[in-house]
Write a protein that binds this ligand. Sequence first.
Ligand SMILES: [Ca+2]
Ligand SMILES: [Ca+2]
Length: 240
Amino acid sequence: MNKRFLERTACAFAVMFSMSAAWASSPKLGGPMRHILITMPGSEIQIGFDHDPSEIMPLVDYCEAYSPPASVLDGAAYNGEYGWLANGFISLPIELDIWIELLDQTPGLETYEANSFAPIFTTSGSDPRWRWSGAMTHNWYVAREPGEYEATYRVYVGDSTGEPVVDYQPAELTLDWYFDMDCVPGDVTCDGEVTIDDVGAFVDLLTGTLAPTAHQVCAADVNSDGTIDALDIQAFVSAM
Ligand SMILES: [Ca+2]
Ligand SMILES: [Ca+2]
């Protein structure tokens, strides 16, 4: 099987590949919901968890394309398991809200708001302070390079502009994620196996038609020598 054959095959499968990308219209949480429980007995914010807080959430690169505004997740690994959730009654004057402020995070971590997909927590220059509506909210945490990620937040009572109100005691917590590069060599569609579906995506990547995700770059280096070149075409054919 030479490259010209691969290119012809790529044309035949281009429609199939683009249709499969279009079907992926809903991002996945990535696992069970994991809630950060916020309660306020009196004037002190308290944080609890409905899961083991030492658990680390997986950022997954599904190699899918989403309809806007979810398309901010395209080309990246992400997770939406963490959710902010009220744990019992929270009583605040109407002019006050509970805010969450990013204090520190691993470079490269991005966050997008649950439903709007707007960048928050300093992503794309956004404010480190985010107003929590009080409803269950699963924001999207995103990374583009493999590694471990961490973010520390302060949960506090603030006015309508996010300025802290000193009458209430805040709480802090740290959340953790990891992006594990466990690609299958040749699996450019990121479904865990090498099939005929991967031919079109592989050739698109080789010819520069496809802007690959980190997972796809890993998968296209079929012989795992750190570069993507003609040797990978032979290795790809052998993997079929
Ligand atoms: Ca595949
Ligand atoms: Ca290679």
